[in-house]
Design a protein around this ligand. Sequence first.
Ligand code: HEM
Length: 537
Amino acid sequence: MESIKTTVNGWNIMESIKTAVSSWNIMESIKTTVDGWSINMDVLYSPSSWPIRPLSLVAMIIPTYLILLSIYRLYFHPLAKFPGPKLPALTGLYEFYYECILGGRYFEEILRMHEQYGPIVRIRPDELHVNDPDWNEPFKISSRVSKWHWYYRAFGSSQASFGTVDHELHRIRRSPQNPYFTVAEVQKFEPEIEHIVGILCSRLEEAKKTGEPVNISNATKSLATDVVTEFAFHKSYNLLSEPDFAAGNHNMTRTFALVATWHRHFGFILQLFEAMPRWFVALTDPSAVAMLDFFDDIENQTKALIAKHKGHTGKDIAADIVQQMLDSDMPEVEKNTKHLMLEVRTIVAAGTETSGNTLSVTIFHLVANPEKALRLKEELLEAQKKNHGVPLTYQELLQLPYLNAVVSEGLRISTSGAGRHPRINPRSAMTYKSWTIPAGTPVSLTQKFIHENPTIFPNPRSFSPERWVNAADRKRLEKYLTPFGRGSRVCVGMNLANAEMYLALARIFASFDLGLYETNREDDIDQYHDFIKDFKL
Ligand code: HEM
């Protein structure tokens, strides 16, 4: 055996291997670099038995490694003492099956685990989930928690505020956007929302004349897309004018949710899609092409706006979200085209299916409960009459108790983001009851579970605006109604989403009597998939 000269961090690797396989021939030495370390590594092989010896070494090492890893995860891992089934504690493949193979359905399995093991459960080898509506520690702003990169990379936006991991960096990226999304800014935008809602109403009017059914889900998602694109960069995509309400675009968003889940697990799927020729992507899924076209379009819009604002130094009211970020005190390094483009893409993507889905689910429940739709209509018409026939503004609509109750109940029952929201405290341990969650552990909560908790919201599957009408009840329940998330990562677009909801519901239900057409709750409304994949597949 030749001499071996390999030392990394003082540990003589090859000396150890030599001892272990001293009967083997060592024939060759190659020079390789690992993490910047130059290592003279001798390659082990026996020419007479190649490749049997290396293969048998691999065949020996892999099972040994897996057995040791399993023992570690089950008995010695810092999370080993937490309750939960053995399989998800052993391997992330358990979650992979529910998320990637079944398409975002792990939330149902997590709920089942809680039913069996209690309020805190180990749902992956390295992740805990808590189902307790009163536990807010990971969302307290003072906790300065991070997001979990592995989970949020699914959305391909770790450079945008949504997917930014670190709390402090998130503050730097988010603060410049906040002034653009205030209640006051949204109120200024009210005429544009009115205009876009008007387009939807005229499409409904046409359908009333022709008797054609309207796919309200695609219609409301088009409305949300038109509103958010008009709001962000004053160029409505005008999907409401598409004959089929741009059904392909909305399929594309659902495709994205599935691609995103695979991307979370493998980390390269989105880049792979982006690098593939379009014709090849079309072979796998035509709606994925639409997704890539959408990415390109947002990139082009952002570049055009950057060019338009070049040289502008004003700190006055921003003309669009790109100018808002360019004019802000955000460090220059954050103002590069890629970062701005990812922010715009995230804002548009986050503001379409969410608002559209909430609106269509709310409309469904009103139409499925005609007495509630009638109560809403009467409230709206009465208020309008008192206002001398002039339709109420957003601010005036906010004063209507039943409409308020309908919006709250719609937000509760739709919970358009069904997925979990993992947070990490990298600095210190978190405490849940008698449990100490080690620093650095991803711990998740799922808003949908709180919104459907029968002790807080009795009969949670029933659409009941009435539970919000009494002021004392509303005060007690509002604490648990957090469809827009919590803490420093709360939805930046919530004021816009609220304005859309109030204005669209008010105009639609004051003017139309809708009925259901080939729609049932089980197949068309209930949420079977994580995040935005709302329909049963
Ligand atoms: C009913 C409609 C909406 C719902 C239910 C909703 C829900 C949420 C939730 C739950 C989060 C937090 C996610 C997390 O913690 O991981 C969030 C964040 C976000 N939402 Fe919304 N959203 C809605 C509408 C909108 C709209 C209209 C926009 C854009 C105008 C928008 C843009 C965003 C962005 C950019 C974030 C990331 C915020 C950050 O981390 O700084 N959302 N949304």
